[in-house]
Design a protein around this ligand. Structure first.
Ligand code: ADP
Length: 766
């Protein structure tokens, strides 16, 4: 009797199984013969006939009869009854010999119920097959199914599951149990296949979408290429950009970000809204100077020459810059201390920054911070914002195209805070050598090294600069120019430049020194030379018209011609008033636009002891007024009751420029003392100094600017705090010569000098 080993198959009584003839032959070692009896034995592992051993088999098998040997290329075996394998031997030719005994079933299956359930199962299977390509084949197959065993055996090759489970069906004695087990297995597997099917369909749909998308993109690309070929001028900007990015020496993080954005850009396609944004970003990234520039050796003499050639005077500033260059040379650094140039407009702060760049042989870039209220102005907007832009710092870097420019941060005193963060703290990060190595602009989103940038800041006043920022910088003040210096600047720099700008050659325009002086005195009133420059420009334009009309050469401009050529009226003379009146005293003030003279007027009116203060005064000045009142009451007790029966009015005219600071203390006190004593103070006498309640005269700031203003206004004598004597070194000698400067230490002494107080005057002018 042939013995046929099977594995992982459902082989149960009352079912029909199919084998390929060569399988039958190779496993049994015999030709399949019609009506031959065979015994099916089940192997625990899949194996070839040559490998089988007696232990390879389960103890229960099943007997069957070969019904047909070649039905559609299969050997068809009808399984009959289960057998216990009593003994199994492997013959030398590797065929198997068994001794079996019949293993009876427990007959507990209701045939009618079983028939119903088999029909139901068949329907279920056919329903599942509905619409599948193999539906017809399955129908043929299913028409031959009469038992649950048939169905299970028929579907077995398509059902996952372990071989033990299948063997368990055979080992089950109860027919009803066996039926149930097969039924359950079939239903479960059908469910599984259904779910699998659904998942597969969903996946297929997804895949299809992807394929479709890819196909459309390919097509688009193809069309785009075609278009590009028609218009070679715009041959893929993207390709050019990609090449630029590849060539740019980006740092690691930037390279990564670049890769990310580039692949998103490609995904987006040219017509998407985001394409432009991503493109702009990459363009910005590619155009930043990632390459570090080498530090150069600077010839100090050469640098000095360049500085001198561009700017007249400013020797202190130039000296400091030369020092900085020397240090940078020695330490082979590209940057050094951060200089803060403070002074009135037009004193050359910004333009000397440009000369420094020239002297260092480096690029120059100016970043204006005036009116910056938003942190994003410094640090950029995140790219997720519509209209996102890099901050002004990186924008400047990109514009100049090198990693080591001289960057002038203009008007740091005009930064202001708003709800959108504190720009000053962002600026702090820019200027901090510890942090600016990896400055991260929100737009760029990767760190950029700013450590080679030489920063220079400019400001009109120190008052509004946040202290932490101020701590980082070294303050260098620009005090404004004297009339003589202005003359020189006009002659050597402003006029030649203005002439060149409009194309007037040498010898075609002549300005006598007194003409320049007239411009300085009558048409400008400033500490710097901005107005003077404007006048020179206007003059040259007017001269150009004259020359083009064929007027005589050279055109000689006299002071009398200025009115017409400049097309403006001379400014009202800022000369101290004539005549003197008790209660009016000349003071000196410092303002962000340079020094200025001011008059403090006081008046007593009948009243009840109130004090009224008018004019644009700051809080500090109002306090000074209180101190002055108390001091005068103390110094002149005989007049003290004047204040009780009268109202006191203090006024500081010319309210256009805000004045603050305590330096009007002496002027206020003198004015009040003059008022109560009736002793007038000549307007040509000016003074500046803070006053304590003890009557001490305390030092003040901005002395050079104030003295210059005094000289401009025609003051002849100035009282200054003795502690400020040292500052006179900074004052141009021309100014010192024109003024009688008297240092004082306390108010009584000052009042004595003015002839108001009986104390003997002991001071003499320096
Ligand atoms: P600031 O920045 O202090 O407001 P700028 O640097 O803009 O002043 O200077 C205004 C103009 O005056 C510029 O054209 C500059 O060249 C000129 N200028 C200022 N100071 C000098 C100087 N010392 N020598 C020559 N030109 C000067």
């Amino acid at each position: 009797m042939p013995v046929l080993p099977v594995h992982n198959a459902v082989a149960v009584p009352d079912s029909t199984v199919y084998f390929r003839p060569d399988y039958y032959r190779s496993m049994t070692g015999r030709e399949p013969q019609q009506d031959a009896k065979v015994i099916l034995v089940v192997t625990k592992e899949p194996m070839a006939r040559a490998e089988v051993k007696p232990e390879s088999f389960y103890p229960v098998g099943v007997s069957g009869i070969v019904r047909e040997t070649d039905v559609q290329g299969f050997v068809l075996v009808e399984l009959r009854s289960r057998v216990n394998i009593e003994e199994l031997t492997i013959q030398p030719d590797k065929t198997i010999k068994v001794e079996v005994s019949r293993r009876p079933d427990i007959e507990d299956l209701d045939p009618a119920d079983a028939q119903r359930r088999v029909t139901a199962m068949k329907e279920e299977v056919l329903a599942f097959a509905d619409g599948k390509p193999w539906q017809a084949a399955l129908r043929v197959f299913a028409s031959m199914w009469t038992t649950m065993g048939d169905i299970a055996a028929g579907l077995s090759p398509w059902m996952p599951g372990k071989s033990e489970e299948r063997y368990a069906l055979l080992a089950e004695d109860s027919k009803a149990r066996r039926f149930e087990m097969m039924e359950k297995m079939l239903y479960e597997n059908l469910e599984l296949m259904k779910v699998g099917n659904e998942v597969r369909t969903a996946q297929e749909e997804d895949h299809q979408k992807l394929y479709r998308e890819a196909a459309i993109k390919k097509q688009l690309e193809y069309l785009q290429n075609e278009l590009d070929e028609m218009h070679p001028e715009n041959i893929s900007d993207l390709q050019k950009l990609e090449q630029r990015l590849k060539d740019a020496p980006l740092n690691e993080l930037a390279r990564k970000e670049c890769g990310k954005v580039l692949s998103r850009l490609k995904q987006e396609g040219k017509n998407s809204a985001e394409y432009g944004l991503l493109y702009d970003y990459l363009d910005f990234l590619a155009s930043l100077p990632w390459q570090k520039a080498e530090a150069k050796d600077i010839d100090l003499d050469e640098a000095e020459k360049i500085l001198d050639a561009d700017h007249f005077g400013l020797s202190k500033v130039k000296r400091r810059i030369i020092q900085q260059i020397a240090v940078m040379n020695l330490r082979r650094l590209q940057s050094g201390s951060i200089l803060l140039f403070v002074g009135a407009p037009g004193t050359g702060k910004t333009s000397i920054g440009q000369s420094i760049a020239k002297a260092l042989g480096r690029e120059y870039v100016r970043v204006s911070l005036g009116g910056v209220r938003d942190e994003a102005d410094i640090r950029g907007h995140r790219r997720t914002y519509i209209g996102a832009m890099p901050g002004r710092i990186l924008d400047g870097i990109q514009k100049c195209g090198v990693s080591n420019p001289v960057m002038v941060l203009d008007e740091v005193d005009k930064l202001s805070m708003s709800y959108n963060g504190d720009p000053a703290s962002a600026l702090l990060e820019v200027l901090d050598p510890e942090q600016n190595k990896s400055f991260t602009d929100h737009y760029l989103n990767v760190p950029f090294d700013l450590s080679d940038v030489l920063f220079i800041c400019t400001a009109n006043s120190l008052d509004t600069i946040p202290q932490p920022l101020l701590d980082r910088m070294e303050v260098i003040s620009f005090q404004g120019y004297t009339p003589t210096e202005k003359q020189e600047i006009a002659r050597l720099h402003l006029l030649p430049k203005a002439m060149e700008a409009v194309g007037i050659g040498e010898g075609e325009l002549e300005l006598a020194p007194e003409t320049v002086q007239a411009i300085i005195d009558d048409y400008t009133r400033e500490a710097g030379v901005r107005g003077l420059k404007k006048c020179m420009d206007t003059l040259c334009r007017s001269a150009a018209v004259h020359l083009v009309r064929g007027g005589e050469k050279p055109l000689r401009v006299t002071p009398g011609d200025l009115r017409e050529l400049l097309d403006m009226r001379p400014l009202p003379h800022r000369h101290v008033k004539d005549g003197s009146k008790p209660g009016v005293v000349t003071g000196l003030a410092w303002t962000p636009v340079g020094g200025d003279v001011l008059y403090i007027e006081t008046l007593l009116t009948r009243g009840s002891g109130k004090t009224v203060i008018t004019g644009r005064l700051g809080d500090v000045m109002k306090e000074s007024a209180q101190i002055a009142v108390s001091l005068v009451k103390h110094l002149f007790p005989e007049h003290a009751d004047l204040f009780e029966h009268n109202d006191l009015h203090i006024h500081v005219p010319d309210g256009a420029t805000p004045k603050d600071g305590p330096s009007a203390g002496v002027t206020l006190t003198s004015s009040l003392a003059s008022l109560v004593t009736g002793v007038p103070v000549p307007p040509t006498i000016a003074m500046t100094g803070e006053v304590s309640l003890q009557g001490e005269v305390k030092p003040i700031g901005g002395l050079p600017e104030k003295l210059m203003a005094a000289q401009r206004a025609g003051v002849t004598k100035v009282f200054i705090p003795e502690e400020n004597l040292d500052d006179l070194r900074e004052v141009a000698s021309e100014v010192k010569e024109a003024l009688e400067i008297v240092p004082v230490t306390d108010v009584e002494e000052l009042l004595a000098c003015l002839g108001i107080h009986p104390k003997e005057p002991t001071r003499i002018a320096v």
